[in-house]
Write a protein that binds this ligand. Structure first.
Ligand code: NAP
Length: 263
């Protein structure tokens, strides 16, 4: 029995770890896009790099006799999630989307919800000059516009960003989890007056939101792309393990219908 996990997230790694511990007879392959130079590797097999679109993914699934597909990519990896749906349909394998819930604003938060990085860039000049940008190095082009040249950006990313980048930029190379003390210190030390984040959800990077709330700093929150319809969704790696075990053992890998993570 072979499960392919489309990874690149903490939850994907946790899923591979749980399956290795709880169902060691199941072959688990985690697929990484290859964006991070030295990724944290899960147990089981790991393959790196794109498949060449939905057809390439379907081909890989067939060739490697994959029984179940779990899309545990980041909530903002919308292309890969779409590819997973098309490939699962083409190769006739059940698909589960593992999506941690988004963050919810609390009393005292000063959130500005936007639809995209481009919209985040548009609202920034009205909110402050010293920006803490935590949206990842891949989307920096949106903040490299001449209209933002007077803003100063503190960019935090796992690997060094590549151009185009904001004109005034200081880079901190780091990866989560981040703690509240450290996040408070960054806001204070760099005299940050606005934070930009994707609505990634999860605990690992949430302390920056608490630190911003405490400091009364506005936060520009980029909304998630919608979860594609018709795909069962698990909110945690534990729920995903349950789905995998149920599909492989209770229902049998032939009789599955992909109708709901809890169904
Ligand atoms: P994306 O825009 O949805 O995907 C672009 C292309 O990258 C896909 O068409 C696919 O290439 C390849 N790809 C993406 N995820 C892959 C995977 N797990 N295994 C193999 N190929 C993959 O993806 P993205 O937003 O650039 O994210 C890339 C990776 O970084 C994902 O694994 C994601 O979980 C992780 N990540 C993303 C973010 C974010 O904010 N977007 C944040 C943290 C981690 P082919 O079409 O050639 O198969």
């Amino acid at each position: 029995m072979h499960v392919l996990v489309l990874g690149g997230t903490t939850e994907a790694r946790r899923l591979a770890e749980s399956l290795a511990a709880e169902a060691p007879e199941v072959r688990v392959t985690t697929s990484l896009a290859g964006r991070v130079a030295a990724p944290r590797l899960p147990p089981g097999e790991v393959r790196v790099g794109g498949f060449g679109g939905p057809a390439g993914l379907a081909e890989w699934v067939r060739e490697h006799r994959v029984d179940l597909l779990v899309d545990a990519t980041h909530p903002f990896a919308a292309t890969m999630s779409r590819n997973a749906i098309l490939a699962a349909a083409e190769a006739h394998v059940p698909l589960l989307a593992l999506r941690r819930p988004g963050w919810v604003a609390q009393d005292g938060d000063r959130w500005h919800s936007v639809a995209s990085l481009a919209e985040a860039a548009e609202v920034l000049p009205a909110l402050g000059e010293r920006v803490f940008l935590t949206t990842g190095r891949m989307g920096l082009a949106a903040f490299a516009e001449a209209a933002l040249d007077s803003l100063s950006f503190l960019v935090r990313s796992v690997d060094a960003p590549e151009p185009p980048c904001p004109r005034q930029m200081h880079v901190v190379l780091d990866r989560g989890p981040f703690d509240l003390g450290g996040e408070r210190e960054i806001l204070r030390l760099h005299r940050i007056d606005v934070l930009v984040t994707k609505d990634s959800g999860g605990d690992a990077t949430a302390p920056k939101l608490t630190a911003a709330r405490e400091a009364g700093i506005p936060v520009v929150v980029v909304r998630r792309p919608p979860v594609p319809e018709g795909v069962p969704v698990a909110a945690t790696s534990d729920e995903a393990v349950e789905w995998v075990v149920r599909k492989l053992y209770a229902e049998g890998s032939d009789g599955v219908d992909g109708s709901g993570a809890s169904g």
